[in-house]
Design a protein around this ligand. Structure first.
Ligand code: IPE
Ligand code: IPE
Ligand code: MG
Length: 242
């Protein structure tokens, strides 16, 4: 952590928390045990990020496609979400964390949805750090919804086709309240995006870690940021122009 340049801390870090099931399997345990242990890593990531002044942390917790998993696993994950929200509320208060969620929240079981809304309301006045949970989130679905809403506005005569631009799309995304991620970290060894923030990650730096999510500690966060700080973000330009 001492090696990090405090002038170049990513404003927004997104994490694909992958590898819970495989980790549990190597321990001879059920996949659900991996998810339970993964909650500790969420705390590591949040506290580690807050410690160095990261403003936005976004965690991919459940994808639209994860609804296709066995019912038992889905139920366990939803139960874990409610328990974790209950348990972490004091941490949110202590660190002034605002909780947000993106995704098709209407698909969540009622008790999850209610707990989520309640926690978001209780933390809505905080500004130190915004923690966004991606739940029942899929970026393609998000983009379909944006397209539908814009088409509806055009149909109603509220918007002209010529006025559709990157801003109008950005303002209609689930993530309209947060800047694009500067850094994406994916644990679990896979090097893919799995339908996460496709539009938003146009210029995000990506770091893929071979460790499984339950093994994640704040040192892994700092190592990933160090890697990020060694990259040159050119945004299409050449080095000499930066
Ligand atoms: C990530 O771990 C958590 C969720 C997707 C909910 P996985 O459950 O995908 O674990 P692996 O990738 O099968 O090991
Ligand atoms: C991505 O992990 C989604 C989350 C971490 C919530 P998956 O385990 O669902 O991704 P794939 O299926 O390996 O691409
Ligand atoms: Mg996985």
């Amino acid at each position: 952590m001492e090696q990090l340049n405090p002038e170049n801390i990513p404003q927004h870090i997104a994490i694909i928390m992958d590898g819970n099931g495989r980790w549990a399997k190597t321990k001879g345990r059920l996949r659900v045990f991996g998810h339970e242990t993964g909650v500790k890593s969420v705390r590591e990531a949040l506290e580690g990020a807050m410690h160095i002044g990261v403003k936005y942390l976004t965690l991919y917790a459940f994808s639209s496609e994860n609804w296709n998993r066995p019912r038992f696993e889905i139920n366990a994950l939803m139960g874990l979400l409610v328990d974790s929200l209950k348990k972490e509320l004091p941490t949110f208060h202590k660190n002034q964390v605002k909780l947000h969620a993106i995704g098709d929240l209407s698909q969540l079981p009622k008790r999850c949805y209610n707990k989520l809304q309640e926690t978001m309301e209780e933390t809505s006045h905080y500004t130190t750090c915004t923690l966004t949970l991606a739940l029942s989130y899929g970026s393609r679905q998000e983009l379909v919804n944006v397209t539908r809403r814009l088409a509806e506005k055009v149909k109603q005569g509220e918007l002209s086709v010529d006025d559709i631009n990157e801003q109008t799309i950005q303002q209609d995304l689930d993530t309209h309240f947060i800047p694009d991620p500067d850094l994406l970290i994916r644990t679990g060894g896979e090097q893919r995006i799995s339908n996460f923030m496709l539009w938003q990650m146009a210029y995000t730096e990506m770091v893929f870690l071979d460790i499984m999510w339950p093994e994640f500690h704040r040192e892994h966060l700092y190592e990933s940021i160090l890697e990020y700080q060694q990259r040159e973000r050119r945004f299409g330009k050449i080095s000499e122009q930066l």
